[in-house]
Design a protein around this ligand. Structure first.
Ligand code: GLN
Length: 239
């Protein structure tokens, strides 16, 4: 089996080592004899979503999000939308997550018109939401992460939240929701990177990609003693 990953804007959107998510996905697949090929989709490089099984977009600051906008509109927006709608696995973090929505209004009033692949919008405020946080997905997976954003995201009726806040702010600090979920698209504010601390979440993404491509979601278990210990430890700190 082979999984092809498109890493969108790897150089511009890589806050807090978000590319570590690709490392974890790759290691966890290769340990199960699934080969992985990753293409770095930088600015000005075009890509076709149909060539990939998984798209990853990291987080950035308002500055990078603004700079990327022109490039995004030259075709990557259409391909990302296609990926979302055709059930390709998409993992998007913070600024990358915000890009999937309709728009992001920065705290100083600039409106960045985004892809609109999903039914939500984000509005920034001067005070930022920063800190270690935790949330629980609808499957009951407890995810420990780190958030730092000024944007408040408000979900529309066409999408589900990725999880419910256990501790911290999440989407907006008001409605206890965190992230977004639609088909096989997962958006989250969780930097860190998120997957090394949350191997169950990594396996959920891998199993969705395998299900879509090979109609199997069975993953042989790995020795996750360290990962589970690390996860339990950070969850304790967060409580
Ligand atoms: N620019 C966004 C915000 O501050 C995203 C920040 C991030 O990716 N950490 O809301």
């Amino acid at each position: 089996m082979n999984i092809r990953i498109a890493h969108i804007y790897p150089d511009m959107l890589n806050l807090y080592g978000d590319r570590g998510n690709i490392v974890v996905l790759t290691r966890r697949m290769e340990s199960r004899d699934i080969s992985v090929h990753t293409d770095l989709i930088t600015m000005s490089r075009s890509f076709n979503a149909d060539d990939y099984d998984l798209l990853f977009i990291g987080g950035g600051q308002d500055f990078e999000q603004d700079v990327l906008l022109d490039d995004l509109k030259k075709g990557k927006d259409t391909q990302i939308k296609k990926a979302v709608n055709s059930g390709i696995v998409v993992l998007a973090i913070c600024g990358g997550y915000q890009m999937l929505g309709k728009y992001y209004k920065t705290y100083d009033g600039k409106v960045l018109d985004y892809i609109g692949a999903l039914d939500f919008y984000t509005e920034g405020r001067e005070d930022r939401m920063i800190g270690n946080y935790a949330f629980k997905t609808s499957e009951g997976i407890e995810i420990a992460g780190f958030e730092n954003h000024s944007g408040r995201t408000y979900l529309g009726s066409g999408v589900e939240p990725l999880g419910k806040i256990i501790k911290g702010y999440g989407n907006n600090g008001e409605d206890s929701t965190e992230g977004v979920r639609y088909k096989n698209t997962f958006g989250t504010y969780s930097h860190g990177p998120v997957l090394p601390k949350n191997s169950q979440f990594a396996d959920l993404l891998i199993s969705k990609a395998l299900q879509r491509k090979y109609s199997t979601s069975q993953l042989p278990p790995l020795n996750d003693d360290f990962e589970r210990k690390a996860h339990r430890q950070v969850m304790k700190l967060y409580m």
